[in-house]
Design a protein around this ligand. Structure first.
Ligand code: ADP
Length: 395
């Protein structure tokens, strides 16, 4: 028996879950938010519903990790640091260097840092989390689990952009895809739910959260996905534009007197998507509340559904069929109306929802009707448990 931590470190936050492995029992979970500020918020949820919460100044990730581990002892969740035998870290970009999770060595950490050029907001923060744990628990196994590695099975025909080949050869410009851990988890659960071997299934996984992507999965392998070189590509997202014609950039820069391309990219990442179209919110719940009274809010919802439908159609075509479509993440797991609006447009696939089965949130189940030729599945994602499993596998 071993205790394993699953870590998702952001630039000012650290989300974690502590598991008893191999049973995969969650012993505690929590988040440290607003690291670097005078009023960082530190919470631990444990023992079925108990919560420890405190606001204090936490200057950096290493302080957050130390406080967290000490508090786990205080709350009798562990009795000493050495009970924790492994830590798994979510890392955004693994480029072409990592097609699977790896044990973190100094060379691996250096490579994660180098790959910050692909994920400038995420990889440096992920590396900070890794270093914080390494400094405090130097002896235990630490493993990096990449958002990109599941997609390393894509064929050249899918991951190459139609630009001069030397940009790929010299600068590694290609599609990497993200959300890989989530797509992998739900595809494995789909096989269990359908009682069929994963190797025989053609799946389309729709991870619809604030960030959103669709993935075509054939025989358990990612064969295409909607995010690209960065997570900006593909679907309309909470604040990201998804696919656009890049010629818009210089045109808009001139019209809006924007001289710095990074400002344009920032707008596409932070002021676009549902938020940009609706002008009010990036959150689906707000948009549904306004849907009947606000034309732009309704339009944002319709555009969101439209883009998901387009990718489902594209991936059904690429795989020459689809056995099941999976909905997951915040919107996929909870937004009953959006799931219905998307599947209602898929009659050409003979896909049909059961309104009764679809009337639920956050539970794993088949939501298609008995007549549907394509199974529609609702599968709550669990990236954390995948990280803990990889720590066990590589320990
Ligand atoms: P992130 O990418 O930040 O992890 P999540 O997977 O948590 O995002 O998804 C967040 C989104 O889920 C929110 O923007 C919200 O629109 C949507 N969401 C959450 N609960 C509901 C709900 N009950 N109905 C509709 N949408 C919901």
């Amino acid at each position: 028996m071993s205790k394993t931590m699953s870590i998702n470190a952001g630039s000012s936050s650290l989300k974690w879950k502590l598991y008893d492995m191999p049973q995969e029992t969650v012993l505690a979970s929590g988040i440290v938010e607003r690291i670097g500020l005078a009023d960082s918020i530190f919470t631990i949820d444990y023992y079925n519903g108990k919560r420890y919460e405190v606001t204090l100044a936490i200057a950096e990730h290493e302080t957050a990790v130390r406080l967290l581990l000490e508090q786990l002892i205080q709350l009798s969740i562990i009795s000493e640091f050495s009970e924790i035998t492994g830590v798994g870290h979510r890392v955004a970009a693994g480029g072409e260097s990592f097609s699977d999770s790896v044990v973190i060595t100094p060379a691996v950490l250096e490579e994660i840092q180098r790959l910050a050029e692909l994920a400038p907001l995420h990889n440096p923060a992920n590396a900070m989390g890794i270093r914080a744990f390494k400094n405090i628990l130097p002896e235990i196994t630490s493993v990096a689990v990449f958002d990109t590695s599941f997609h390393q099975t894509m064929d050249k025909t899918r991951y190459l952009y139609s630009i001069p080949m030397e940009y790929y050869k010299e600068h590694n410009v290609r599609k990497y895809g993200y959300h890989g851990t989530s797509h992998k988890y739900v595809s494995e659960r789909a096989a269990v739910l359908l009682k069929k071997p994963l190797e025989k299934l053609k799946l389309i996984s729709c991870h619809l959260g604030n960030g959103a992507s669709v993935c075509a999965i054939e025989g358990g392998k990612s064969v295409d996905t909607s995010m690209g070189f960065t997570p900006l590509a593909g679907l309309t997202m909470g604040t990201r534009s998804g696919d656009i014609d890049v010629s818009i950039l210089p045109y808009l820069m001139e019209k809006e007197s924007i001289s710095d391309i990074n400002e344009m990219i920032w707008i596409l990442n932070n002021q676009s998507g549902l938020k940009g179209i609706s002008s009010v919110s990036s959150d689906m719940r707000d948009l549904h509340a306004l849907e009947d009274s606000d034309e732009q809010a309704a339009l944002a919802l319709r555009i969101f559904e439209d883009r998901v439908k387009k990718y489902i159609g594209a991936y059904a075509a690429l795989m020459d069929g689809v056995d099941a479509i999976i909905f997951t993440a915040g919107i996929g797991e909870n937004d009953i109306q959006t799931r219905k609006n998307i599947v209602d447009g898929l009659s050409y696939l003979n896909a049909e929802l059961s309104d009764e089965r679809n009337d639920c949130r956050g539970v794993e189940r088949v939501i298609s009707s008995n007549q549907s030729a394509v199974q529609i599945l609702l599968i709550p994602t669990d990236e954390e448990v995948m990280i803990a499993r990889d720590v066990e596998r590589l320990r």
